[in-house]
Ligand binder design. Structure first.
Ligand code: GCU
Length: 339
């Protein structure tokens, strides 16, 4: 065969094989997996550390959400107040700069006064009572009211019981005379500490350590986990079990991002939120003793307190705050679950 005829045969061969090549390529595409799922990552502002039980509950929620939505949603939790203190992250959620945040109930009463009922002094008699309230569904309508403010509450977390810590053990209300005790930026909390005999002094969580160190305030009040996590025992080593407040923490999500989910994904999200509440109570109980031991190793002294005089001092405050029909109904529903 001449060189020319070899060339012609080769050209013929290539041309005749071309359709098979195209077909083969097409078949390959047809066998490829369906279009890759786009994962929407929801950014969550969180003001505690990665070892906090609420962080762990949120991580587990993220895994379950990812699986249940076939990879369409997961969370990216920003701990240690990286995105700002709770007060400023509410505003970020409202304008869509952040998708979700964990906010103390105390800050919610600035949107709807009825939230104050959930954070009244001595309203829950135990963690079990609080769990019964959070999982009963009686709070759902209250939680939906903030939709008018650009976000909704999708889950409630326990944050244990708050007790006072300062430079001496506190036994009776008179021990707190003239003592400025830091509280969250909430009217109810200021009034509660005032009723207990102290001077309730509002400020963000991140400022407390330095404020005590510099003598701007004499102490704070919080659960054992935050007390240990933020090493407040270094500046206020006497933790007295007044257990005056069991303020819930609330998980919020912005309206815009929630509405962007399909109805099915919204339902999945909300049902997983209910499971997350249950799970957080377990994680909380598992962490309490560890936190306490960590604080003791760092020099903290824990002491028990007869709570009756503190409780009695708070009764007029409770009466003055539970006045509207909604607040009364809510108060009765909460307390009846504790009987
Ligand atoms: C608790 C609570 C937080 C809150 C903090 C505070 O740790 O879980 O939500 O921010 O107290 O006292 O500010």
């Amino acid at each position: 065969m001449s060189r020319k005829s070899i060339k012609n045969v080769l050209v013929l061969l290539i041309v005749s094989l071309l359709p098979f090549c195209i077909f083969a390529n097409g078949s390959k595409e047809a066998a490829a997996p369906a279009a890759t799922v786009k994962t929407t990552v929801l950014q969550v502002a969180f003001n505690q550390s990665e070892t906090h039980p609420q962080y762990k509950a949120l991580m587990e929620f993220s895994d379950s959400l990812f699986k249940a939505t076939d990879g369409r949603y997961k969370l990216d939790i920003k701990p240690n107040a990286l995105l700002g203190d709770q007060q400023s992250t509410i505003e970020m959620v409202q304008d869509g700069a952040v998708d979700m945040s964990v906010i103390s109930n105390s800050l919610m009463e600035n949107f709807n006064k009825d939230f104050a009922v959930l954070g009244l002094p001595y309203v829950y008699n135990s963690v079990a009572h609080q769990k019964a309230v959070f999982t009963s569904g009686i709070l759902d309508s209250l939680f939906a009211t903030t939709k008018a403010n650009g976000f909704q509450v999708v889950a409630a977390f326990t944050a244990g019981a708050r007790s006072i810590y300062t430079d001496k053990p506190i036994k009776v209300p008179a021990d707190l005379a003239g003592y400025k005790i830091r509280v969250m930026q909430s009217d109810t909390m200021v009034k509660t500490l005032d009723a207990m005999g102290a001077v309730g002094t509002p400020m963000g969580q991140g400022e407390v350590y330095t404020a005590i160190q510099q003598g701007v305030i004499e102490g704070g009040e919080n659960n054992e986990i935050t007390y240990a996590d933020l090493k407040h025992y270094e500046v206020a080593p006497y933790y007295s079990y007044t257990r005056h407040l069991m303020v819930p923490d609330l998980v919020i999500i912005g309206n815009t991002v929630f509405k962007s989910m399909s109805a099915t994904d919204q339902a999945t999200f909300l049902s997983l939120c209910k499971q997350m509440t249950d799970r957080e109570f377990v994680l909380w109980n598992d962490t309490i003793e560890v936190a306490k031991q960590q604080a003791i190793a760092g020099g903290a002294h824990f002491s028990n307190v007869d709570i009756a005089p503190f409780q009695n001092n708070c009764l007029p405050l409770i009466k003055s705050l539970v006045t509207s029909d909604t607040a009364k109904a809510l108060y009765n529903s909460i307390t009846s679950l504790g009987k």
